[in-house]
Design a protein around this ligand. Structure first.
Ligand code: 5GP
Length: 176
């Protein structure tokens, strides 16, 4: 088995500093009211854990799992719900927490779906976004870093379920 080659894109320190900035911006907009974070599994797990720790006490956490990928490096364009929320979000101030917006299909679909459940506020944060890969317009109010159209792993993001536990984000140079 050939060893994976990774080019570091963002270090742990850079990621953590950016998350702190994002949390301040989010709290300014959401106020000190209760809010619900909806983590999109599995990629957002690290980001959600770190971001939520900066957002204070009035936070509830729930998860959804959607899928437009079959474990490879390109989108199939089909978005399926694998796991739905455990609790209602009616009347709640909701923030979708995404790892990465690539084609925008997942986020656009999720926003549409969650709007039908009548939250009082619905916004999205994504740690990464690939502007050149956009296929549909997906509004994302808060973006950590805009990145080139390359396949990245680490800090929650996987390649065939590997690399999620890396504390940094890297470009995978030799996917097999
Ligand atoms: P979209 O629906 O915007 O095309 O894709 C969203 C999902 O695709 C992300 O939540 C993520 O799971 C996966 N994805 C897109 N680009 C990448 C990437 O560069 N690396 C990894 N590991 N996953 C990606």
């Amino acid at each position: 088995m050939t060893e994976p080659q990774l080019d570091i894109l963002y270090t742990e320190d850079q990621i953590q500093a950016r998350i702190k900035d994002l949390s301040l911006q989010i709290r300014r907009d959401y106020g000190d009211e209760p809010m619900v974070l909806i983590g999109v599994l599995k990629g957002s797990l690290m980001f959600l854990a770190d971001l939520s720790r900066h957002l204070g006490h009035q936070v509830r956490i729930d998860f959804m799992q959607l899928s437009s990928y079959e474990g490879g490096t390109s989108s199939t364009g089909v978005v399926q719900i694998r796991k739905d929320l455990d609790q209602t979000i009616e009347g709640e101030r909701v923030l979708i927490v995404e790892d990465i917006v690539d084609t925008g299909l997942t986020l656009a679909h999720l926003r549409e779906l969650l709007m039908t459940r009548h939250p009082s506020m619905l916004r999205a944060v994504s740690l990464l976004r690939k502007p050149e890969a956009a296929k549909v317009e997906a509004t994302c109010e808060y973006v950590g870093f805009e990145i080139p159209n390359q396949f990245v792993v680490g800090y929650g993001l996987d390649y065939r379920e590997r690399f999620r536990n890396l504390p940094y984000i890297g470009i995978l140079l030799n996917p097999d």
